[in-house]
Design a protein around this ligand. Structure first.
Ligand code: AMP
Ligand code: FE
Ligand code: FE
Ligand code: ZN
Length: 280
């Protein structure tokens, strides 16, 4: 059974709508896929509607933006109640702050690379979570860079001179909110160095104490040594290990099913989460 627990759609910074992601998952031979758009659950309904048609089971999820001592940390949550007030409050604060931050970045970028907010926002679906990839798309459309990857390496990089931060809850607070909403919290790509600073072993131990359930060890941005260290550490801490592609459609090189999660771990997630896996 091929299981991929981390994908993005046009509900955040993916390039395919949720139904297209589900169809692509079927084509990639996946039995189960999690839709985990950044700081939102707005893609869930559209994905759910094509579960029967595609034959792909859906794990509804969200990738939360959090911060730990100034380091940006992504936290996956699976099977949480989308109507939980505290979690909804976190999502809306993150989305509002992301929109404001994107506008501030565009203002700064526009001094060197003429660009308007309208060019960025026209590429964002109504209600979608705005991120740097949307700015990247506008920079590509202007011809300043070839693709999102070049935009991230040159203009959008934290050290590129145009970067701004946005509000995010602490990782521990996010873990608590996810648990309270019946979700299963899993640390996304903890050691993906290309994103900037990463947390260390001691911080990961503290997150396990705070209620973390699992760690995404198998991820395209981790090399084999990092994966092995994360598997060992997760074993020591009683955390389960997931593997996922972090698919963004045409927005990233990551392919669906590039990294996979084992069926026993999926079962653990299904048992721990408040919502059922749809179509399993
Ligand atoms: P943000 O959350 O707005 O700071 O933007 C970060 C997002 O950009 C991540 O979730 C990734 O999906 C995406 N991203 C980061 N690096 C790259 C890259 N080199 N190419 C394409 N997308 C990227
Ligand atoms: Fe993303
Ligand atoms: Fe991420
Ligand atoms: Zn992601």
């Amino acid at each position: 059974m091929r299981i991929d627990l981390h994908t993005h759609s046009t509900a955040s910074d993916g390039t395919q709508d949720p139904a297209q992601v589900m169809h692509a998952a079927a084509q990639a031979g996946l039995a189960v896929v999690a839709l985990t758009d950044h700081d939102t659950t707005s893609g869930w309904d559209a994905a759910r509607r094509v579960v029967a048609q595609t034959g792909v089971a859906l794990v509804p999820g969200t990738e939360l933006s959090t911060q730990l001592g100034g380091i940006s940390v992504h936290l996956l949550s699976y099977l949480h109640d989308p109507d939980d007030p505290a979690l909804r409050d976190i999502f809306s604060r993150s989305q509002d702050s992301r929109a404001d931050r994107a506008a501030r970045m565009v203002d700064r970028i526009a001094r060197d690379y003429p660009l308007t907010w309208a060019e960025v926002s026209e590429g964002v679906e109504a209600g979608a979570t705005i991120g740097r990839p949307h700015i990247a798309d506008a920079l590509v459309a202007r011809g300043y860079v070839r693709d999102r990857d070049e935009a991230f390496r040159r203009i959008l990089h934290p050290q590129g001179g145009y970067y701004r931060t946005h509000w995010a809850p602490t990782t521990a607070a996010a873990i608590t909110a996810v648990r309270d909403a019946g979700g299963v919290p899993v640390l996304a790509h903890p050691w993906a160095m290309s994103r900037g600073a990463i947390i260390g072993r001691e911080q990961l131990v503290a997150l396990a104490d705070a209620g973390l359930a699992g760690v995404e060890a198998e991820h395209p941005d981790h090399d084999e040594a990092q994966r092995q260290q994360l598997r060992d550490l997760a074993g020591d801490l009683g955390l389960f290990v997931t593997g996922s592609s972090d698919y963004h459609g045409a927005g990233k090189v990551n392919r669906l099913g590039q990294c996979l999660t084992g069926p026993a771990v999926l079962q653990q997630i299904a048992e721990a989460g408040r919502l059922p896996v749809i179509g399993l």
